[in-house]
Design a protein around this ligand. Structure first.
Ligand code: FAD
Length: 288
């Protein structure tokens, strides 16, 4: 089913994000996680795509396995900066052949592109327009409650987001965040700017101190004092960190759903345990 249709159903939509594995052992772990998470009947899983040249084909292959062998609805991420329009058409054709009906249209990061980008695409909205025009795919896009790192202001970023939805993005998934007030504030600002599509919050349970440093530095994601204190408290204690992290994300998830979020998108890092526990914690409550 197309994600756009699931979002129209009125019930909470939930999903898990995976990335293409690099080794056989990683692949086995991912497929085990996907089978386990399937028992929770997610609306879709999404498969990331490297911004570098040849790797989208891995995303296409993995998307096909998850859809046709494991039986999950799949959203394939597609980045455009490294590709010519002809390559994008070929990748989209590959996805169609696998029966994939959902694409998350992204720009990708300049520093991940080897050499000079071909220049057919500068922004995700251009890719969105091309993929949406095809008519086969339901197209989603990315958004950033704390603004994209390159944008001068959140207002400017939201104005470009409006262009992306006008180009055909029928829902958005947020960058991860740890402070729900940023998401709710973002919903108000986007609505005021004329962005009327559903915005799925992206959540990730944190696994350690270094991870949180990376998010703050590279992704412009702020870390509330309570989360920082917990991470410092449990640093070096794997079980303690896991428990704290799942509890924090579960509380975040419950509050988001009660506050009107259309569902949840969980960044899984190809593992099932934390995602399973978070969903079990929120079920019986807002997801029912
Ligand atoms: P855009 O929407 O093009 O925005 C990029 C910047 O350009 C923003 O600052 C925006 O304000 C600005 N902009 C947009 N339009 C214009 C315009 N007309 N004029 C001037 N400025 C403009 N990366 C990967 O490599 N692979 C993935 O699978 C992947 N999945 C992601 C999934 C999610 C949910 C999210 C939130 C991000 C993901 N990313 C992924 C990261 C993403 O590729 C980067 O954040 C990238 O820098 C921006 O991509 P975008 O699609 O948001 O770009």
């Amino acid at each position: 089913m197309k994600v756009t249709e699931s979002l129209k159903s009125g019930r909470k939509v939930f999903s898990f994000e995976f990335y293409p594995p690099k080794t056989e052992a990683d692949a086995k772990r991912l497929f085990d996680a996907a089978r386990e998470l399937k028992t929770l009947s997610p609306d879709f899983v999404s498969v990331t795509n490297s911004s570098a040249g040849t790797l989208p084909y891995r995303t296409v292959a993995l998307s096909g396995i998850l859809k046709n062998e494991i039986g999950l609805e799949v959203v394939a991420h597609l980045t455009c900066l490294a590709h010519t329009r002809a390559e994008i058409i070929e990748i989209a054709y590959g996805l169609k052949k696998m029966g994939i009906e959902n694409v998350l249209a992204l720009r990708g990061d300049r520093e991940n592109v080897v050499g000079e980008p071909p220049g057919d695409y500068k922004y995700a909205s251009q890719l969105t327009a091309d993929i949406a025009a095809d008519g086969w795919f339901s197209v989603g896009g990315a958004c950033y409650p704390e603004k994209h790192p390159e944008a001068a202001t959140l207002e400017e970023d939201i104005a470009h987001l409006r262009e992306k939805t006008a180009a055909g993005a029928s829902y958005l998934i947020t960058q991860l965040f740890f402070d729900n007030s940023l998401y709710f504030g973002f919903l108000e600002k986007t609505a005021a700017a004329g962005v009327s599509v559903p915005i799925l919050p992206g959540l990730m349970p944190i696994t350690g101190y270094r991870q949180i440093q990376k998010f703050t530095q590279l992704m412009n994601v702020s870390v509330p004092a309570e989360l920082r204190a917990g991470i410092e408290r449990w640093d070096g204690d794997k079980d303690g960190m896991f428990k704290f992290s799942v509890e924090y994300a579960s509380r975040q998830a419950e509050e988001l759903l009660k506050g009107g979020a259309p569902g949840l998108h969980l960044y899984t890092l190809n593992r099932s345990r934390a995602a399973m526990e978070i969903l079990r914690n929120v079920r019986g409550g807002a997801l029912k």
